[in-house]
Design a protein around this ligand. Structure first.
Ligand code: COA
Length: 130
């Protein structure tokens, strides 16, 4: 049974602006430890890839916050909602700390899809309860 759905569209230009204004501090606020490693690798090779990576994570986390019906309110936090990847490339949601406990305590599971074009990143999340 579907528990909730959420989507979000993110302006890549705003992410670029925030990154140039606040530097790494902005990425550190949004990304989990594992995501930060990927972000640094991508940014080192080509800064624009880092911007796009951060924009898609930003939109997926917001979409997830809507699908669970909380928005960005505890136990939902940016860093506890990680968008990881399967070997096939498919994105998956991996939760941490209090958010993981809350989510798993209700027997929920999530599905996520992300996309981006020149100026926008967008995501869609479905949360299920068996
Ligand atoms: C959900 C949230 C992350 C989206 O913020 P945003 O990126 O600025 O806005 P978006 O345009 O992407 O999305 C806004 C839509 O999210 C939806 N939304 C808001 N709160 C939501 C929630 N708890 N669960 C699911 N969807 C929610 C609404 O449909 C809203 O559109 P509407 O105001 O026209 O009805 C943000 O609103 C939030 O964290 N809300 C919870 C905290 C809160 O409500 N603070 C204010 C207290 S009055």
């Amino acid at each position: 049974m579907i528990y909730g759905i959420g989507n979000d569209i993110c302006d890549v230009r705003r992410i670029r602006e925030s990154l140039s204004r606040h530097g790494e501090r902005f990425a550190e606020k949004i990304l989990s430890d594992a995501e930060l490693v990927t972000w640094r690798q991508r940014s080192e090779r080509w800064p624009e890839r880092g911007v796009r990576y951060l924009a898609t994570r930003f939109s997926a986390k917001e979409a997830f916050s809507k699908a669970i019906g909380l928005g960005m309110r505890m136990p939902m936090t940016w860093r506890d909602c990680e968008i990881a990847k399967l070997p096939s490339g498919q994105p998956v949601i991996r939760l941490h700390r209090g958010l993981k406990d809350w989510f798993e305590g209700q027997g929920l599971s999530a599905h996520v899809s992300v996309t981006d074009e020149t100026d926008y990143a967008a995501s869609f999340v479905v949360v299920e309860r068996p």
